[in-house]
Design a protein around this ligand. Structure first.
Ligand SMILES: [Zn+2]
Length: 628
C-alpha cells in the first residue's frame, strides 16, 4: 500500500488562447519546484529552505520542517499535476509519498530519529531546549497528512487509506489533553516546535495561557490542522469521533484569551515581555471593540489562518453558525491589515511583510466562506490570485541570478554535513513561493517550504474554484483561462474587458461578473446573437445552450489609480500609488531598487489594449480534488 499511484488521466487538445493569467503554466512551474527541491539522497524529503541572496545560491534542510511540512508537498503534487497535466518528477512524487506513509504508526505521523538528519532538533532550542535523539510527532503534521490523504483518496488512491485516516483520528485524540468540554495539545510538550509529542510521552501538559507562547507566536495554529483533518474525514465518513475531536479542539482555540487586541507596532512591548523574533505583543482593544469575539489577531497571520481554516472546515461540517460567523469576522478584519486589493496583508505586525503562506490561506478562506454562504468573496479571491499569488511565485531565473550575483557568499544554514546543496539551486527551485514580500519587492529573496506548500495549494484552490461543474450546469467564478469538462474559458483580462466561453456540454452557465465591471455598459452574446442580461446576484445566467455555442461577455476596462498606506500608523508607514486595470495591478510606486531584491509587478506589457495570443495544450483531468 505504501507505493500509491494516483490517476492522472485526462484529455489533451491544442487551442489558441489569450496569453493572459495562466494557472496551468504556473502549476507546471510549481511541479518543477516541488520535485526539484526534493532530496533524492534523503528519502525524497524536501529541502526546507532556498537562499538566493548568496553568491552561490543553495537549498538547505531545515530542522524538522522537512518532515512536518512534507504533507503539503504530498497534497501539492496531485493538485499541480491535474492543473497542468505535467508528468515532471512523477517518480519522485511516488517516493516522497511513500516516505510519509512509512512513518505513520499508532495513528500518528512521526518524525523518526535517524543519524542522517543531524539538523532535526535545530529549531527553536531557545524555547524548548536542545531536544533528544528520540522519535517525536508534531501533532499538527498528522492533521496535515490527513488532508493530503483526502486528496490522494479523490485521485483514486487505494481505499486502505481510509482505515488509516480513522486510526489517525484516534491517535490525535489519544494524545490530546482532556478538559471538561475541550481538549488541547500542550505547547511545551516536547521540543523543536510547539505541541510536539515525544515517543516517550509529553514532557509537560500545562494548558497554554496566551497565543504568543513559543517560537511561532501562535499556539492555536498548532491545533488547526488536526481540526481540519478530522472535520474533513467526518464529512466523508460520518465518523462521530472525528467530529467530536474537531468540536473539542475548536472550543479550545476559540477561547477569548487567544484573540482580540491590536499589535504593538514598534515591538517595544514584545521585547519587554520577552517575546522574540517576529512575535508581536497584544495591546488592548480600541474602545467599543470586542476583538476576541470577532476573531481579531495581532501576530503572525499565517499561523492564525491555519486555525481559522480548521475552524471553518469544522463549522462547515457541523453547521455551526457561531464558528462560521467568527471566521467570517476574522477574515474581514484581516483584510484591514494591509493592501487587500492586491492581497498583500502585513502578516507580521511590528516586524513587517506578507508571508507566502498567507496567499494560499486567503484564497481558501475567501472561496470557502463563499461556498458556505457567508458572503460573496470572489472579488477578494480574484484580487489575491491576479496579484500576490502570481508575484509571490518565483518565476524569473534571470532576476534570481541577478540577486545572487549582487550578494556576498553566505555561510548560513550549513552547520551539518549534507544539510546544504548548491547544485543548480535556481533552476531546481524555480516555481517556489517566496517567504516574505513587501508590496513592491522581495528583499533578499529566500524560500521556506511552508510557503511553497501553501502557495501551490492556493494556486489549486483558485483553479478549482474558477469553474464549478455539476451535471449539465457550470458556474464560472473567476474570469481566468480555464479548461473544464463542460466548457473552456478564454480570458482577455486585463488587456481587454472580454471573456469568451466555448461551450462543450453545458445546458446552463452562470458567469460571475467582477464588481469593477460597469454593468450598465456590459454586453453579452451567444454565438454572435445579443442576449438580454439575466442576473442572479452577481452572476449572469445563460440557459438552453447548445454544445457548440460561444458565449461572449464584454465590458469596458480602463486604467485607474489609487493611493493606499501600508504599515499605517507605525514606524514603517509608507504610501503606495497603485495602478490597476480592472483588478490587476499593472504598476506600483514608489519602488525601492536594490540588485539584491526581487522586484514585483514588472507588468508594463499588461498596459496594452489588445491581448496577445498563444498556442497551448489544454488539459482536462478525469478526476479533480473537490473536498480540499
Ligand atoms: Zn510560510
Amino acid at each position: 500500500m505504501h507505493d500509491i499511484e494516483l490517476d492522472y488521466s485526462g484529455d489533451r487538445y491544442q487551442a489558441r488562447v489569450p496569453d493572459t493569467l495562466d494557472l496551468s503554466e504556473r502549476a507546471a512551474l510549481a511541479l518543477n519546484a516541488l520535485g526539484g527541491t526534493l532530496d533524492p539522497n534523503l528519502r525524497y524529503l524536501p529541502y526546507g529552505l532556498v537562499r538566493y541572496a548568496s553568491k552561490t545560491p543553495f537549498m538547505a534542510h531545515w530542522a524538522c520542517a522537512d518532515v512536518t511540512c512534507n504533507p503539503k508537498y504530498g497534497e501539492g503534487f496531485p493538485m499541480m499535476r491535474l492543473v497542468s497535466g505535467s508528468q515532471q518528477y512523477a517518480e519522485a512524487e511516488v517516493h516522497n509519498r511513500a516516505t510519509m506513509l512509512s512513518t505513520v504508526e499508532d495513528g500518528l505521523y512521526w518524525d523518526p530519529w535517524t543519524a542522517d538528519r543531524p539538523w532535526r532538533n535545530a529549531y527553536a532550542p531557545h524555547y524548548y531546549g536542545e531536544g533528544k535523539n528520540e522519535d517525536f510527532a508534531v501533532v499538527g503534521a498528522t492533521g496535515l497528512l490527513m488532508r493530503a490523504m483526502s486528496a490522494w483518496d479523490e485521485m483514486g488512491a487505494d481505499s486502505g487509506l481510509n482505515s488509516l485516516r480513522a486510526a489517525m483520528v484516534e491517535g490525535m485524540r489519544r494524545v490530546a489533553i482532556e478538559r471538561a468540554d475541550y481538549c488541547y495539545y500542550p505547547e511545551k510538550g516536547g521540543w523543536g516546535e510547539p505541541c510536539t509529542y515525544p515517543r516517550s510521552g509529553w514532557l509537560n501538559t500545562d494548558e497554554p495561557e496566551t497565543e504568543t507562547q513559543g517560537g511561532e507566536g501562535s499556539v492555536t495554529c498548532y491545533h488547526g490542522n488536526q481540526i481540519y483533518g478530522a472535520a474533513q474525514w467526518y464529512m466523508l465518513s460520518g465518523d462521530g469521533k472525528a467530529l467530536d475531536l474537531a468540536a473539542r479542539l475548536t472550543r479550545f482555540v476559540m477561547q477569548p484569551k487567544f484573540w482580540g487586541g491590536v499589535a504593538d507596532p514598534d515591538m517595544e512591548h514584545a521585547r519587554a515581555q520577552g517575546l522574540k523574533n517576529h512575535v508581536a505583543a497584544r495591546l488592548p482593544d480600541p474602545p467599543y471593540t470586542a476583538g476576541s469575539e470577532l476573531g481579531h489577531w495581532y501576530s503572525h497571520f499565517h499561523a492564525r489562518a491555519i486555525t481559522l481554516r480548521g475552524m471553518l472546515q469544522y463549522a462547515w461540517a457541523a453547521g455551526d453558525e457561531r464558528v462560521l460567523e467568527f471566521v467570517r469576522r476574522a477574515y474581514e478584519f484581516t483584510l484591514t491589515q494591509g493592501l487587500p486589493r492586491i492581497g498583500w496583508i502585513n502578516c507580521y505586525p511590528g516586524f513587517g511583510g506578507a508571508e507566502g503562506c498567507s496567499v494560499g490561506d486567503l484564497i481558501a478562506l475567501g472561496i470557502r466562506l463563499s461556498d458556505t454562504g457567508m458572503g460573496d468573496y470572489w472579488d477578494d479571491v480574484d484580487a489575491v490570485v491576479r496579484n500576490l499569488l502570481m508575484e509571490q511565485q518565483l518565476v524569473r531565473a534571470d532576476l534570481l541570478q541577478q540577486v545572487a550575483d549582487a550578494s556576498p557568499e553566505r555561510a548560513y544554514d550549513n552547520a551539518f554535513p549534507n544539510q546544504r546543496n548548491t547544485e543548480g539551486a535556481i533552476a531546481r527551485s524555480l516555481g517556489t513561493f517566496a517567504g516574505v514580500s513587501q508590496p513592491d519587492r522581495i528583499v533578499e529573496p529566500s524560500v521556506m517550504l511552508c510557503c511553497t506548500g501553501n502557495g501551490v495549494r492556493g494556486l489549486y484552490y483558485a483553479w478549482e474554484g474558477a469553474v464549478r461543474e455539476d451535471g449539465d450546469c457550470a458556474q464560472v467564478n473567476l474570469l481566468v483561462n480555464r479548461a473544464a469538462k463542460l466548457l473552456d474559458v478564454d480570458s482577455y483580462l486585463p488587456y481587454e474587458g472580454r471573456v469568451v466561453i466555448h461551450n462543450k456540454h453545458a445546458r446552463r452557465i452562470a458567469v460571475r461578473v467582477p464588481a469593477w465591471a460597469n454593468r450598465r455598459q456590459l454586453r453579452a452574446a451567444v454565438s454572435g446573437v445579443a442576449r438580454p442580461l439575466d442576473w442572479v446576484g452577481n452572476y449572469l445566467i445563460f440557459e438552453d445552450l447548445q454544445p457548440t455555442d460561444t458565449i461572449t461577455v464584454e465590458f469596458p476596462i480602463r486604467e485607474t489609480t489609487a493611493s493606499y498606506t501600508a504599515y499605517a500608523n507605525s514606524p514603517q508607514e509608507i504610501v503606495y500609488t497603485l495602478t490597476f486595470r480592472g483588478s490587476t495591478l499593472v504598476d506600483i510606486a514608489p519602488r525601492t531598487h536594490s540588485p539584491r531584491d526581487y522586484p514585483l509587478y514588472l507588468r508594463a506589457e499588461m498596459r496594452k489594449d489588445v491581448a496577445p495570443m498563444k498556442a497551448v495544450t489544454r488539459f482536462v483531468p478525469d478526476r479533480i480534488i473537490r473536498r480540499w
